[in-house]
Design a protein around this ligand. Structure first.
Ligand code: ADP
Ligand code: 5GP
Length: 190
């Protein structure tokens, strides 16, 4: 059986990346396994341990780093760690399954370096920084300070967009979902 492929989706926080991924997974057009990352941040209302993230105490996260359990990990925001678990990715690929990852820009570029042509990196862009802020405020999951941290990181993240295989602007959601699905189909069927 041939090995599966990796679809790696990144975006500044609030661009609509999770909304796009969930819409595509719910549509069931593709047989994709979602790689559940580990993080030491607190769950948001509605987030389920083991489904959206493996929520960990900082100490346990550090121990997992030391045990080599992560393919990659990043301190995406000060004191906030996120990592892709080897156990979520490599076994699925070996079984010929395609895996979708929702990770930050640095993590995405690291995964691309490791997996090369087996990975397709997709960057979801907001129409503007002002709209990004509006979406984060509208989502209502972060306080003003955390929104500032997320918006503050967006310019750095946008500067790395040219290094991605595919770039999609999420202005009209339906169109962005369509373009992302097309990019996934083209990569999987290549
Ligand atoms: P991310 O996963 O990139 O942090 P989310 O998927 O949580 O972003 O989206 C952030 C907010 O923006 C959510 O409230 C979502 O409903 C909204 N959103 C997503 N896409 C659009 C869009 N095209 N137009 C307007 N609002 C959107
Ligand atoms: P959030 O707190 O909004 O769920 O995620 C914040 C950021 O962390 C997003 O850019 C998200 O893609 C990223 N992220 C989630 N999981 C991982 C991971 O395993 N590795 C890396 N590098 N980033 C991740």
């Amino acid at each position: 059986m041939s090995q599966g492929k990796l679809i790696v989706i990144s975006a500044p926080s609030g661009s609509g990346k999770s909304t796009i991924i969930n819409t595509i997974l719910d549509a069931g057009t593709f047989d994709l396994q979602f790689s559940v990352s580990a993080t030491n941040r607190n769950p948001r209302p509605g987030e389920v341990n083991g489904v959206h993230y493996h929520f960990m105490q900082t100490e346990d996260f550090r121990e997992a780093v030391e045990n080599g359990e992560f393919i990659e990990w990043e301190e995406v925001y000060p004191g906030r760690y996120y990592g892709t678990l080897r156990s979520e990715v490599d076994r699925q690929l070996e079984e010929g399954k395609d895996v979708i990852l929702d990770i930050d820009v640095k993590g995405a570029l690291n995964v691309k370096q490791m997996y090369g042509d087996k990975a397709c990196t997709i960057f979801i862009e907001p129409p503007s920084i002002d709209e990004l802020r509006r979406r984060l405020e509208g989502r209502g999951t972060d306080d003003a300070e955390r929104i500032n941290v997320r918006v503050g990181r967006a310019e750095y993240e946008l500067s790395l967009a040219p290094q991605f295989d595919v770039r999609i602007v999420n202005d009209d959601l339906d169109k962005a979902v369509g373009m992302t699905s097309d990019a996934i189909a083209a990569f999987i069927n290549a």
